[in-house]
Design a protein around this ligand. Structure first.
Ligand SMILES: *Cc1c(COP(=O)(O)O)cnc(C)c1O
Length: 467
């Protein structure tokens, strides 16, 4: 499978190339040159398959010749063997039409484990035949950092530097990062905000000499391999609920548009998807974009769903590319305009292309709390605030009664214990497997919020390419 950039001028790469590259050199994002097709017979043949076998079937066409089927199967077995549930991503039924797809059974209790556990192994596999080392630098407000660190801790030829704003992540989130003592893991607490941390990371990536010397790489969802790994659970859930005969709707708590884009990919590949509901919190740029074409970024309002407190959703560009007829130079013009003014109006004909599949909802703090209470009182399920945004949107949707609606449960409720307790009166307990988190030793360095300080820190510890 070949991959092309959404902005049309970066070189075409294979799966191995896009996995290691992350962002395309023209500033765009890599997408497959064409969408593979799964016939109804192909989908029916997935009935009864384990998660790992489903993953191999779904990902094989995207991986192409970069891995043999046996290599892919062995990486999936390793990645998903670390999940605490035999079904990896089990379904839970809430009522006659509503289901939860539990994506939080990985090592750090958030859905990001599903993609990052595999990505860590893919990095290691592809680096094993190369001379170069990889330096991952990232900023996190919580979930991505812990999932990325867990995925690469102890792996050969990879060093990870993760910046978090000092004192502004929860104690569970901090300990999930700082108690990983592998020598290739470097936690940095920045004396500043998440935005400061993100700005520092961006300026390191923009420093061409530095980013080439240390072979910098990103683990956020601009990386195609992450999205690909997420396509699997849409197939897995839909097949269990009756696909291909039955069409399924999905409600997705959305931040960077990665998770819901994976649902779009599943639909493009032939999975009968009735609807993708894009659920946002009050940071509602995507809801405005999909309802009125108003794609304009304001400032971020902090909420109880920090992983969705985003104004510009990078992966939306991948959808816009398809809606623009895959015209890379037209999209490059639109995106450069948007990057300059932080606003754009999506043309009506492009919006019409999104309409049959996508709908959206904006859920405020009250709507979120109501959904948590309803799930707890009516179905006996405690859900996390992010999942609650998705479920509130599912409850409010106009999907026909005979179509199952699957809400993606993106974090374990115990990761956000205070918010869950406030809404429901019940305090979720931490699963046994992370119970010892509070006794473990922590390691973390604190740095001022300047690019210079972080650059010097990384230079002292990362391995330059060719060294
Ligand atoms: C990252 C995250 C999201 C948002 O997912 P995107 O792919 O960025 O849209 C939602 N919920 C939780 C718990 C997350 O960690």
């Amino acid at each position: 499978m070949d991959y092309v950039s959404t902005r049309g001028s970066a070189p075409t790469l294979d799966f191995e190339g896009v996995t290691l590259a992350g962002l395309a050199s023209d500033g765009g994002l890599y997408v497959p040159q064409h969408w593979p097709h799964f016939s109804h017979a192909d989908i029916a043949a997935m009935r009864g398959l384990s998660y790992i076998e489903t993953a191999v079937r779904v990902m094989a066409p995207f991986v192409g010749s970069s891995l043999t089927e046996d290599e892919l199967r062995s990486l999936c077995a390793q990645a998903y063997g670390r999940f605490s549930h035999a079904a990896v991503t089990p379904l839970a039924q809430l009522d006659e039409t509503n289901w939860l797809l539990e994506l939080f059974h990985g090592p750090t209790l958030a859905f990001k484990d599903v993609a990052l556990q595999l990505l860590g192994l893919l990095f290691e596999k592809f680096l094993s035949t190369r001379e170069t080392e990889l330096t991952i630098v990232g900023a996190t407000s919580g979930d991505t950092g812990s999932a990325a660190i867990d995925a690469v801790a102890g792996r050969e030829k990879i060093n990870i530097f993760m910046l978090h704003p000092e004192g502004r992540v929860s104690e569970v989130q901090r300990r999930q990062m700082t108690t990983v003592l592998a020598p290739n893991v470097h936690n940095i607490a920045i004396k500043g905000s998440f935005d400061d941390a993100q700005t520092i990371v961006k300026s390191l990536f923009n420093d061409r000499e530095f980013s080439t010397r240390f072979n910098l790489s990103a683990v956020n969802s601009i990386n195609w391999a992450r999205l690909m790994a997420q396509v699997v659970y849409y197939f897995y859930a839909a097949v269990r609920l009756g696909a291909p005969q039955q069409s399924i709707a999905f409600s997705v708590p959305t931040g960077n548009f990665g998770d819901v884009f994976a649902g779009y990919v599943a639909a493009r590949c032939g999975l009968p998807v009735e609807r993708l509901i894009v659920a946002t919190n009050v940071n509602d740029i995507l809801h405005r974009a999909l309802t009125s074409g108003d794609y304009s970024a304001g400032s971020v309002t902090p909420t109880a769903t920090p992983s969705m407190d985003i104004q510009v959703s990078s992966n939306f560009e991948r959808l816009l590319f398809d809606l623009a007829g895959r015209d890379g130079s037209a999209l490059a013009k639109m995106m450069t305009g948007f990057e300059a003014s932080k606003a754009m109006s999506i043309p009506a004909d492009m919006l019409a292309g999104a309409r049959p599949l996508f709908s959206s909802a904006r859920i405020d703090a009250n709507g979120m709390a109501l959904a948590m209470r309803r799930a707890s009182e009516k179905s006996g399920e405690l859900i996390d605030p992010h999942t609650a945004i998705g479920l509130a949107a599912a409850y409010a949707s106009d999907i026909p009664a005979e179509v199952p609606i699957v809400t993606l449960a993106t974090a374990h409720p115990s990761k956000f214990r205070d918010a869950v307790e406030r809404a429901t009166g019940s305090r979720p307990s931490l699963p046994a497997r992370i119970g010892s988190l509070f006794e473990r030793e922590e390691r973390c360095d604190t740095l001022p919020a300047t690019t210079e300080a972080v650059r010097a820190y990384v230079s002292d510890r990362a391995i330059p390419t060719g060294a």
